[in-house]
Ligand binder design. Structure first.
Ligand SMILES: [Zn+2]
Length: 135
């Protein structure tokens, strides 16, 4: 049996990722996903021991990765902010990274679904123009 990158991450982050969590991450977003896990793990350590954060799911969604993460009802001080920062970084990275190869990419509508792809993986679909806010 060959261990996948996801299998190895499950072992590395066993205190952070639920044993039965569904994890499906396109190759181009794997680095961003690892960074997100690391950010969450640091947040978890910063608030002390135990399992205040539990990743339940991470799968491809509309233009990014959809996640389900369990947090306590009354999270320790600062935990929410740290998790939000990790989520924001992941979303921003996915929005400009080709999910196939990890090269710089842009969101495109492909068959009604938003996909982030580089020019090589865009199959001719044009990038969606962003409005305002200088991004
Ligand atoms: Zn690509």
């Amino acid at each position: 049996m060959t261990l996948t990158r996801i299998d190895l991450l499950r072992m590395q982050y066993r205190d952070l990722v639920a044993a039965d969590a569904e994890l499906r991450v396109p190759a181009g977003w794997m680095a961003a996903f690892e960074r997100w896990l690391d950010d969450l793990d640091q947040a978890r350590r910063a608030v002390g021991s135990g399992k205040p954060i539990l990743v339940l799911e991470c799968v491809p969604g509309n233009g990014g990765l959809d996640r389900r993460v369990s947090l306590p009802w009354c999270p320790p001080k600062g935990l929410h902010e740290r998790v939000e920062a990790a989520d924001r970084r992941l979303d921003e990275t996915c929005a400009r990274t080709c999910r196939e190869c990890g090269s710089p990419g842009a969101p495109r509508f492909v068959g009604g679904v938003m996909l982030v792809a580089c020019e090589a993986h865009a199959q001719g679909f044009p990038a969606i123009k962003r409005r305002g806010n200088g991004k």
